[in-house]
Design a protein around this ligand. Structure first.
Ligand code: ADP
Ligand code: MG
Length: 514
């Protein structure tokens, strides 16, 4: 500012620059000319990084990308008329992308009386980043730029607070959870709204806890790393086509996602839509659940809920896979437990997987595990034997746990317990069922006693027994069992008794007796 009659003065340009600075604007892109050259100079003087570009269109694209990358709007500074016209592409692109952006255009001079205070700045910043992010435009009268005002009479509006965060209605969250729990082929689609909302930590936890397969849209790549085992990008079309439930996390069912319609999607696909923009809900496909709010906050709500839900096969195997050594010897039997485990638990070496085999025999697991542990003890003592059993399969030779304890073989047995053969009943339904009379006539043949404490067979003989219901308990039990290099242990993992594997594509395969 300059001094006039002892009073420090400020030009309109400086005022704009300082007001932007007060709003934490860090970057300005533009092409200077009359009347906004002074604004660029003042911005630089105020500590804003000014990048002079060759065409306003590129400047505007650059400024909008700043908004996406930092969450605070970038500014695009242009002259009136043609300069402003060139920003339209960038503004439209930012609005459609839901990226915050402020375009400042100089226009012709105005009559001084009509000049208001500079309230537009915080308003513009707020408009660009609150709710669904987008672009906004500020028009600066040319004569304002060089107008001098008394510095002491200028008041900058405080930097606007970060966007307010809202969570989804609780009933919508539990509705979504129950839809996911009953899904046969759920798919998480991660969009750039999820990326913009910086929800990566929660989304990664969510994917790990739920075991859900996910697909990123082009700009959401990396929210969960592309090399995550649950990433189904390589089978994108198949994943979209077969999903019965889709969780749409900050992505729109627009052309990028084939409008959510057949033939790329199932006609009856259930969409759980999570978005900050109410108007977006139900665009093209009527959602089965709508979670309105900030993705980061909603994924936190979801996580809290997830932890209280019974696990399914995919969750259990996901955690086991993360924790067991790559060179362990896997023994497995059961119906769903063995089948799903075969795809979810990789082998890296030959002769390290033993299962029900050609004859499809149940009851082989514990004998196989004892043999494997003896061979390992003599030849490769560092290798652990991990025996993953369905609850029914375990029952065939469960008493061999005594043998394991007698010879002190460090076998880890994991019983994936769904209270039955194929499926079972939860404790509540079991009780209800018993009210209808004699168990011999009412208990479904596939049912086994709910919540049977198989781990106590292990503790009965001096080994370590764990009863687990949640992913955390499972992780802790697996870690503790592996850390103890000598003791046999058994982890009894309760899962949702209704948790079924994905439907078989080939009907003649479903008649398997396993
Ligand atoms: P993609 O191109 O990755 O499919 P889109 O641009 O179609 O993603 O969708 C992004 C969606 O994310 C928009 O509908 C937008 O309203 C939403 N969105 C942006 N920020 C947030 C946020 N913080 N929380 C929730 N939704 C958001
Ligand atoms: Mg079972």
């Amino acid at each position: 500012g300059r001094l006039s009659g002892g009073m420090e003065e400020l030009s309109g340009a400086q005022l704009i620059a300082e007001a932007l600075r007060a709003q934490n604007v860090e970057y300005m892109f533009g092409v200077v000319g009359i009347p906004i050259t002074e604004v660029a100079v003042a911005a630089q003087a105020a500590g804003i990084k000014y990048i002079g570009m060759r065409n306003e269109q590129a400047a505007c694209y650059a400024a909008s990308a700043i908004g996406y990358l930092t969450g605070r709007p970038g500014v695009c500074l242009v002259v009136s008329g043609p300069g402003f016209l060139h920003t339209l592409g960038g503004m439209a692109n930012a609005t459609v992308n839901c990226w915050p952006l402020i375009v400042i255009g100089g226009s012709s001079d105005r009559n001084q009386e009509t000049m208001g205070a500079f309230q537009e700045f915080p308003q513009a910043v707020r408009t660009s980043i609150y709710g669904r992010p987008g672009s906004c435009y500020i028009d600066i009268p040319g004569d304002f730029v060089n107008l001098q005002v008394n510095k002491s009479s200028v008041k900058y509006v405080e930097c606007c607070p970060p966007p307010p965060i809202s969570t989804a209605e609780h009933s919508a969250v539990s509705e979504a959870a129950s839809i996911i729990a009953h899904a046969k082929q759920p798919l998480l689609i991660i969009g750039k709204g999820a990326s913009y909302s910086r929800a990566e930590n929660n989304i990664r936890k969510f994917v790990d806890l739920s075991g859900l397969p996910f697909l990123p849209t082009p700009m959401a790549k990396g929210v969960v790393p592309d090399n995550h085992p649950n990433c189904v990008a390589a089978a994108r079309s198949m994943a979209l086509l077969h999903a019965d439930v889709i969780i749409l996390l900050g992505a729109r069912l627009n052309w990028i996602l084939h409008f959510g319609l057949p033939p790329r999607f199932r006609q009856d696909v259930k969409v759980i839509q999570i978005d900050i923009c109410a108007e977006e809900m139900g665009n093209n496909v009527r959602p089965a659940a709508m979670l309105l709010g900030d993705i980061n906050a909603i994924t936190k709500q979801d996580l809290a809920l997830q932890k209280s839900l019974p696990m399914n096969y995919y969750t259990v195997f996901h955690h086991i896979r993360e924790l067991i050594p790559k060179d362990c010897i896997l023994v497995s039997e059961g119906a769903n437990t063995m089948d799903i485990g075969r795809t979810m638990l990789p082998n890296y070496h030959p002769r390290q997987r033993l299962d029900a085999g050609t004859f499809g025999t149940m009851g082989v697991g514990l004998g196989f595990a004892i043999a494997a542990a003896l061979v390992a003890k003599d030849r490769t003592p560092e290798k652990r034997v991990i025996c993953i059993e369905g609850d029914s399969a375990f029952g065939f030779s469960g008493m061999e746990v005594e043998t394991i304890c007698r010879y002190n073989l460090p076998i880890l047995i994991i019983v994936v317990n769904n209270n039955g053969i194929y499926t079972g009943l939860d404790a509540g339904s079991w009780k209800e069922m018993l009210q209808y009379g004699d168990p011999v006539t009412s208990v479904p043949p596939v049912s086994l006693l709910p919540n049977a404490r198989y781990e106590e067979i292990m503790s009965a003989f001096g080994g370590k027994g764990y009863f687990v219901n949640t992913p955390e308990e499972l992780q802790n039990a697996v870690k503790a069992s592996l850390a103890d290099k000598r003791a046999p242990s058994l982890i009894n993992v309760m899962i949702d008794p209704q948790s079924e594997r994905k439907k078989q594509e080939f009907p003649w395969l479903t008649r398997s007796n396993l």
